[in-house]
Design a binder for this molecule. Structure first.
Ligand SMILES: [Zn+2]
Length: 354
């Protein structure tokens, strides 16, 4: 055993100079004025030329002394070994401190009543958001999105450099989201505050627009976001369909035979550029079909169905040039087009998973 105080490897004395510790503590206290956090962790980064045994002791020395001094100056912040809200990375011997902040996660359910509102921010792919002729020099295809409508008041209240949208699936821009709404979580990256009056913010979001409504806004931990992102939820849809021929009661009976059927669906042509081309098999739990009230036959009719997650409904209706089988069009022997589609149920409650 040698005395730790006598070690000096290439100019890394142990213990570290008090002036370095004071400098780190000053920087952390300064950062703490800008960013709210209840728990923190200190890590030290050394240059690679420090011998391993010296590095272990030097890191322990710096981490402990800085954490102690921070606790004395900021008694309401708690050092932790586990998931901290702020992680301070000290670069030694340079006097530099980086801070990593745990994002803030706010989840809830949203309903969407507009048929021209995307789920998340839709950047123009041609200019990658820089602005071009295609997007009218806005950088985006749609002026706003569910994500932006919800995130803006949250960013205003808690700060942050950007937001990410998490959700249990998503719907096309022209599809409404009704019923009990879709579970989602907004991630605020590098927040300044970690608390806000969420009932008031929910009210603010809901009164700012007729296009969406949010409910059950609440703060959640990161693991809840994963639950929301990966949940495999059955969905219920209502679709209005235009058929190439007048549809009567007997033909509707053919459509109803899809109830309980397994649908073989090759990746639809319209999404093939961003999804792997493969055949999925998805079950229709049940399906109802009806004509407009008071008519014996009609070129438009309605279906309501509940399916396993991952079934493309517009293609189930059209048959997608034979890529989806069986289909509504196939069972009717005529062309079918989805005129309007609504999601009326996402059968998953993240709050019961706690
Ligand atoms: Zn553009």
């Amino acid at each position: 055993m040698t005395c730790a105080h006598s070690r000096d490897a290439e100019g890394y004395p142990l213990p570290a100079a008090q002036s370095a510790i004071d400098d780190y503590v000053g920087r952390i206290v300064h950062l703490a004025q800008k960013h709210e956090f209840a728990t923190f962790r200190i890590g030290t980064h050394l240059k690679p030329d420090v011998p391993d045994d010296v590095a272990v002791e030097l890191k322990r020395d710096i981490n402990q002394r800085v954490a102690l001094a921070v606790c004395e100056l900021l008694p309401d912040r708690e050092p932790t070994r586990n998931s901290a809200e702020a992680i301070f990375l000290l670069h030694y011997p340079q006097h530099r401190v980086d801070v990593e902040l745990e994002p803030v996660f706010v989840c809830g359910r949203y309903r969407k009543f507009a048929r021209d509102l995307p789920h998340s921010k839709w950047r123009c792919l041609r200019c990658r958001g820089k602005g071009c002729n295609k997007c009218g020099h806005t950088g985006v295809i749609y002026p706003t999105s569910v994500q932006e409508i919800i995130a803006e008041p949250l960013l205003e209240a808690m700060g942050g450099t950007l937001t990410k949208m998490h959700a249990t699936g998503r719907q096309d821009v022209d599809v409404r989201m009704l019923g009990n709404g879709r579970p989602f979580a907004i991630e605020l990256v590098r927040p300044e505050k970690r608390h806000a009056d969420l009932p008031a913010l929910q009210e603010k979001i809901n009164s700012s627009t007729k296009a969406i409504k949010v409910e059950q806004l609440q703060f959640v931990a990161r693991r809840m976001v994963k639950i929301i992102d990966t949940a495999k939820a059955d969905k219920t849809y209502r679709a209005t369909i235009a058929a190439g021929l007048p549809i009567g009661a007997a033909a509707l009976g053919n459509v109803r035979r899809l109830s309980g059927a397994d649908i073989h669906q090759q990746t639809p042509e319209r999404v093939a550029h961003r999804r792997a081309d493969k055949v999925r098999v998805r079950n229709i739990r049940h399906l109802q079909a009806r004509l407009p009230e008071g008519v014996g036959a009609s070129n438009t009719f309605e279906i309501e169905l509940t399916t396993e997650p991952g079934l493309y409904i517009k293609e189930l209706i059209s048959g997608d040039n034979g890529r989806t089988y069986p289909s509504v069009a196939g069972h009717l022997g005529t062309e079918c087009l989805c005129l309007e589609l609504d999601v009326t149920g996402v059968h998953f409650d993240p709050f019961s998973e706690e």
